[in-house]
Design a protein around this ligand. Structure first.
Ligand code: FAD
Length: 545
């Protein structure tokens, strides 16, 4: 009888724990060892900010599994506080240091799965080692932040990505005064800039002092409080500093073992999650994957890909040749009252990849407008101007954003087009959606433009056209695009003669619906007319008041 296969997994949280459980479900006979440096396995890293803020009150809720529960359920040999210090590819073993007693031993493998994740970036700035400057990755990090926050009045959060925004919200929730510093001129760097505007507004409306376009150059200490000196010359002082400027793949082990690394030191893997050594697989935040839409190499530190890749690595290690399809970066974050979500390519990433695209904006309500509680959402849909294939989407709103982004994510993966979105058969009752769901609406708007039923203009390219406001006089008085001419939609058929036929016209209304009607009327009367996509609301996202 052949020896049971020995699978060793380095890292026992998202990707690692999933790989271990999947491997066991596929093989009762395999020897499966999980080596985890930290004191916990399979904890809910995504929940950490919410325990700091108090929304997840019970710390134990974050511990999804323990070594004991994993042994009982899956017969896994899980060793915490066990750090892998070297991979010996020649003799197929790893060196393990037991952090409790400093002893080192070798553990042999037939197949090795690396799920070592990514570490928060800590740039070598003067004063960075101050004991009140924290990063958040593990439960012990969370405990340290929580206990510092218990005694704090104010905090500085550095970095306006997912974790920075979640921490800003949670520290505000605890009543701390929060200043958020972001190097770029927008929060949430993966979003296109205009879509990040409402997020910045929400932060400010909830009392976060937001400093965009500035960066920390050094830290110092003032009576025990860390002080940050910014590039602008400004100085900020607080009881707590959270550093959340991104993560770096943790690949030292792999590098020292001579495995091929790519961009930003991430591990190169094939679609079977196999590294340059066929007996070593790697998954999660430490690997480069392929962007599903642009085909570019992508570093996407999210829990969904880590879990799915962990499953695929285990399957391949056990001889089932499944493949990873690539990452769409589908993600969502709550920022106070807002849900902010994206999937697929952004306008920025399409431009970078040199891919032609078209786009539309719309601002539908999440369920029937006549049913109490309808909340508006802003959708940006990116698609191919040639065949209508859906390339990406970003949505900012409240309830219902999660559902729409997931439908669009599925559409991208199935390579559907905007014509398919028109036809999607989605659940409707007034509490949940509309007979023309926001997804159908996005399809209608995009498909109308592709079919030539209406030409559209965008708020970042209005030059040279006559701007025609077709809203009411009251709406016009409350705010308008400079230089606009007002002809309310209901007067347009009668007053069309006031408009020039020898100049392009861009019609606009509040969100693009009346503008569309206006464009249809004028187009059929022989005018050179376009509708401003998403109307004045989108204009304001590009040009805040
Ligand atoms: P991890 O889950 O980080 O696991 C890696 C493990 O490997 C670590 O525990 C580490 O100790 C161990 N390790 C590393 N080197 C060694 C070694 N040499 N020996 C032994 N062990 C080692 N993603 C989302 O999609 N949605 C969210 O809402 C979300 N929120 C997040 C909030 C926070 C605060 C954080 C930190 C992350 C969040 N993420 C979120 C990201 C998500 O948690 C990661 O993408 C995911 O955990 C990556 O899985 P992984 O297995 O690659 O790495």
């Amino acid at each position: 009888m052949s020896e049971p296969i020995r699978i060793v997994i380095v890292g026992g949280v998202a990707g690692g724990a999933t790989a271990a459980a999947r491997a066991r479900r596929l093989s009762e006979s395999a020897s499966i060892v999980v080596l985890e440096r930290g004191p916990y396995v399979s904890f809910a890293n995504c929940g950490l900010p919410y325990h700091v803020g108090g929304e997840i009150a019970d710390r134990k809720a974050l511990l999804l599994q323990t070594p004991e529960s994993l042994r009982a359920r899956h017969n896994l040999d899980v060793r915490v506080r066990s750090e892998v210090t070297a991979i010996h590819r020649d003799r197929k073993s790893v060196s393990v240091r037991r952090l409790d007693d400093g002893q080192t031993y070798e553990e042999p493998y037939d197949k090795l799965i690396l799920s070592t994740g990514a570490a928060p970036i800590r740039p070598p700035l003067p004063g960075i080692d101050h004991n009140r400057i924290f990063t958040l990755r593990t439960l012990p990090d969370m405990d340290r932040i929580k206990s510092a926050a218990d005694k704090a009045r104010d905090a500085i959060v550095i970095g306006g990505g997912f974790i920075g925004l979640e921490m800003a919200e949670n520290l505000r929730r605890r009543g701390l005064a929060v200043t958020l510093v972001e190097l770029l001129d927008q929060v949430m760097p993966p979003l296109d800039r205009e879509m990040a505007g409402p997020v910045a507004e929400a932060l400010r409306a909830h009392g976060v002092d937001l400093l965009l376009g500035d960066a920390v150059e050094s830290f110092s200490d003032r009576a025990g409080r860390p002080t940050a000196r910014l590039k602008s010359g400004r100085e900020l002082e607080a009881d707590v500093v959270i550093l959340s400027i991104g993560v770096r793949p943790e690949t030292t082990l792999a590098k020292e073992a001579g495995l091929t690394l790519g961009e930003r030191g991430a591990l190169v893997v094939n679609e079977h999650m196999q590294t340059s050594d066929p007996d070593i697989y790697a998954v999660g935040d430490s690997v480069l994957t392929t962007d599903f839409v642009t085909g570019a190499a992508a570093l996407i530190p999210l829990a969904g890909p880590a879990n799915r890749q962990g499953r695929i690595a285990a399957e391949n290690a056990l001889g089932r040749p499944t493949r990873y399809r690539g990452s769409q970066g589908t993600s969502i974050v709550r920022v106070f009252n807002l849900a902010v979500a994206m999937t697929g390519a952004s306008e920025k990433s399409l431009r970078k990849a040199g891919i032609d695209f078209a786009k539309v904006y719309l601002h539908p309500t999440h369920h029937a407008g006549y049913f109490p509680g309808a909340v508006q959402m802003s959708i940006k849909l990116l698609f191919s101007g040639k065949d209508g294939r859906v390339l990406g989407a970003q949505i900012v709103g409240g309830d219902g954003v999660d559902k729409r982004i997931d439908v669009l994510s599925a559409a991208i993966q199935a390579r559907l087009t905007v014509f398919d979105l028109e036809e999607m058969d989605l659940a409707y009752a007034p509490q949940f959606g509309s007979a023309k769901d926001p997804i159908n609406m996005a399809g209608f708007v995009a498909a109308n433009s592709l079919r030539g039923d209406v030409r559209i203009a965008h708020a970042d390219a209005l030059d040279g056209a006559l701007l025609l406001d077709v809203r009411t006089n009251a709406e016009h008085q409350a705010g308008t695009i400079p230089g606009s001419v007002l002809i309310p939609i209901d007067e347009l058929r009668r007053r069309a003669g006031e408009l020039p036929k020898d100049r392009p016209i861009i019609a606009y209304c509040a969100v693009g619906i009346r503008g569309y009607t206006a464009a249809r009327i004028l187009q059929q009367l022989g005018f050179d007319v376009r509708n401003l996509s998403g109307g004045f609301k989108t204009y304001r996202m590009f040009h805040p008041a």
